[in-house]
Design a protein around this ligand. Structure first.
Ligand code: 3H9
Length: 710
């Protein structure tokens, strides 16, 4: 340990932690415990080691009256070091460090800026006081990693903020603002930036004033008021379980988090901690947690494009143009307005524009009525949307997204027009879900400025954007599309050009199997049930009924060649006509199976010479999922996706694949690639050999005993 000379001397305690003697004139001296572990000051082993050494270092220094934990860089401790999970844990244990802090003879203050998350917030709750700067955010997001706050978070948070709010925070993983944290009593003060001090100095002063005022050494573990309130309202847990049942369907961690908070309400602190530790071990070993941790890094990996380095200059995007005010155009416009960007919408006719804007307003009003926005926010957002019918209004936009009808000739015409109108250097994006971006870009004299930005419906809600890189798209055009997508809260994933890109190309294979299975004798509602039980939000037939079976159907050319055509011909076009694959009750919105659909399937199967048989759930699941996995492997082979994990990010954010199964490629690895090639070979022998031929990459990886998703 080296001690430097000078007034405010510092002593290094570990690779990432130093304690500094800091004097505040007229107030006294604190021990500032600086953590410097970029990028997010995670609680890596050397941070824990440094913190453990800091407690006696401050205690033993007669001058230091209090300790302040303060972080360098952009954030307070953002949690445990996730990269250490699944490896042997090296001492000291974080709970041991917390115990030391709690028992310290001098007060510890957490000085929070950026985010105090997970183990970071847990460390702060073990301190005697917590202050934050006004922009800080706090939360226990462990549930998103399939684990629970195992550093005393499930025991301390309910004691500080009460059981109802703790249940919400721990099971959702949401972050709250410093203002809310102050209201809840989670922090003791917001360091006022206007007072012209850095957040750290504000915290030093807070600590010394707390000493001067004799505020002592309050410990969260000793707070009893909220526990007493729960004993008077024992139904609180069952009510909460009922309320969130739909949201957490299939996930293991939220229920275990609730059990920990029940323990906090019922047991003395130390016994509650033991229960938390036991349940924490259980979740760490759960395959769901492995999948969710994999996803955490997958989402971040998806932002990296080897030949578009992170320092690629990004074009400024302040004004966005959207061509088309239909479902997609409206949703995309809302997504940008929600992030505070100005949007110029252009439609062909006044009527279409008015219709589109009315739908946008209705959507906003509905959100406001559900308490998601205030009416003032609705007006603010509507105020950012300008509508017109003259494309010249797009001239000064920095990004123009085309969201017109999915037709190549139309899109080509649109891009030729945009090329003439929009200022040089602007980014031109197509929202096509299938079409060739190179062909579209070829209509312009600036194909380097053209990319695909494939949003998913409803675009104001769904997180995914497939950023489609054309042959000639410039690196900075791709970097800009990725960056602006993140700015508006989306999860962008780079993909290459092919029919349907990554997501829809794989979905197509699943749909093919689902349709074929029905002809072979499976019931549409059984297929839907199997996929729903797997964790998908709904099966393919329910989805068709919702979207409308007639999307892309043409009455003039319909020839009863598919079940869908036969249904449309009978005006069974889905929920909107009361019948599709199901019969829909307009009052209750319930969907009931209908034998007529089976009769039609039988008739078609007979016509096509397909023999019907009993098909079990396992075959349904395997055929639906393995067909898309096999396609995913081809997509990887062709370089359309950069990584298997990108495919997983696409499916989780665009198609509702359950994150606790890690995405189709991760799921395939867990299922066993050799087992999969065996099943594919069996299907190739029994069904269509071309359809079921295993992708070479899949076969080779299986033979090498490797994994696709790493
Ligand atoms: C926990 O605390 C368990 C305890 O209860 C139990 C205690 C006993 N570890 O997201 P970004 C990396 S569980 C390791 O792009 P942003 C990340 O991979 C933890 N690495 O930045 C990325 O690396 P790269 C509970 C981490 O500004 C880089 O940092 N805490 C960790 O968009 C930048 O990250 C959480 O779940 C970590 N904990 O967002 C919080 N966190 O550059 C997880 C990040 O190589 N973190 N990295 O790709 C976050 O939510 C965001 O990172 C944060 C910053 C909001 C902090």
């Amino acid at each position: 340990m080296a001690r430097s000379d000078g007034k405010n001397t510092a002593m290094r305690l570990s690779r990432s932690v130093a304690v500094e003697r800091h004097e505040e004139p007229g107030l006294g001296v604190v021990g500032a415990i600086w953590i410097d572990n970029p990028p997010v000051n995670a609680l890596s082993q050397h941070v824990r080691e440094g913190l453990a050494a800091a407690v006696p270092a401050v205690a033993d220094d007669p001058e230091m009256q209090a300790a302040v934990i303060v972080c360098r860089g952009r954030t307070f401790i953002a949690g445990a070091d996730i990269r250490e999970f699944g490896k042997p844990r090296l001492p000291p244990d974080t709970n041991e460090v917390r115990r030391m802090i709690e028992k310290s003879p001098k007060p510890f203050v957490a000085a929070i800026h950026g985010t105090a998350l997970g183990g970071g917030l847990e460390m702060a709750m073990a301190c005697h006081f917590r202050v934050a700067d006004a922009n800080a955010r706090l939360g226990l997001p462990e549930v998103k990693l399939g684990i629970l706050p195992g550093g005393g978070g499930t025991q301390r948070l309910p004691r500080l903020v009460g059981v109802p709010r703790a249940l919400e925070m721990v099971t959702s993983g949401e972050h709250i603002t410093a203002a809310e944290a102050l209201d809840l009593g989670l922090i003791d003060g917001v360091v006022d930036r206007l007072a012209n001090t850095s957040p750290a100095v504000g915290a030093f002063r807070f600590a010394l004033r707390a000493v001067a005022e004799g505020r002592g050494l309050p410990r969260v573990r000793d707070i009893e008021s909220h526990r007493a309130a729960v004993r008077e309202n024992p139904g609180i847990f069952s009510d909460f379980r009922r309320r969130i049942a739909r949201r957490i369907r299939g996930f293991n961690a939220p229920e275990v988090c609730i059990q920990c908070i029940e323990a906090a309400a019922e047991l003395p602190f130390d016994e509650g901690l033991l229960r938390e530790a036991e349940l924490s071990r259980q979740l760490h070993a759960d395959p769901q947690s492995r999948a969710q941790r994999y996803y955490f890094f997958a989402e971040r990996a998806a932002r990296k494009i080897p030949d578009v380095p992170a320092d690629t200059p990004v074009r400024e995007v302040a004004r966005v143009g959207v061509l088309g005010a239909g479902t997609m155009g409206g949703g995309i416009s809302m997504a940008f307005a929600n992030a505070g960007l100005q949007v110029q919408i252009v439609e062909q006719s006044r009527e279409a524009l008015d219709r589109g804007l009315a739908t946008v307003r209705r959507n906003y009003d509905r959100s406001a009525s559900r308490g998601r926005f205030t009416q003032e926010q609705v007006e603010e957002r509507m105020g950012l949307l300008a509508g017109g019918t003259d494309r010249d209004a797009l001239a000064e936009c920095d990004l123009v997204i085309e969201a017109v009808f999915e037709d190549m000739e139309l899109k080509k015409k649109v891009f030729a027009g945009l090329d003439r109108i929009v200022r040089p250097g602007a980014l031109l994006a197509t929202n096509t879900s299938y079409l060739d971006v190179n062909e579209i870009a070829g209509e312009t004299k600036r194909p380097e400025d053209v990319v695909g930005m494939h949003f998913f419906s409803p675009a104001n809600v769904m997180k995914l954007v497939e950023v489609v890189r054309g042959e000639k798209s410039a690196p900075d055009a791709i970097a800009t599309a990725m960056s602006i997508s993140r700015t508006i809260g989306k999860v962008p994933v780079p993909v290459g050009v092919c029919h349907g890109f990554v997501g829809n190309r794989m979905l197509f294979q699943r749909r093919l199997q689902a349709d074929r299975l029905v002809l072979e004798g499976a019931l549409p509602w059984d297929i839907d049930r199997v996929l729903y039980d797997f964790g998908m939000p709904m099966g393919p037939f329910r989805m068709s009924d919702l979207a409308g079976l007639d999307v892309g159907w043409n009455a003039a050319t319909s020839s009863s060649s598919t079940l869908r055509e036969m249904l449309c011909e009978r005006d069974r076009r889905g929920r909107k006509t009361g019948r599709g694959y199901y019969v829909h009750d307009s009052a209750t919105r319930a969907a009931a199976p209908d034998p007529e659909v089976l009769d039609l399937a039988r008739e078609l199967a007979e016509r096509l010479g397909i023999e019907q048989r009993e098909i079990d759930d396992e075959e349904i699941l395997n055929r639906c999922l393995l067909s898309s996995v096999n396609e995913g492997a081809k997509i990887l082979e062709e370089g359309i996706a950069l990584r298997a994990s990108d495919i997983d990010v696409i499916w989780i954010n665009g198609y509702g694949w359950p994150v606790y199964r890690g995405g189709p490629m991760f799921w395939a690895d867990e299922f066993g690639l050799d087992k999969i090639t065996g099943i594919l070979d069996d299907y190739a022998a029994r069904f269509d050999p071309d359809q079921w031929r295993a992708a070479p990459l899949l076969r080779e990886t299986a033979a090498d005993g490797g994994r696709l998703s790493g």
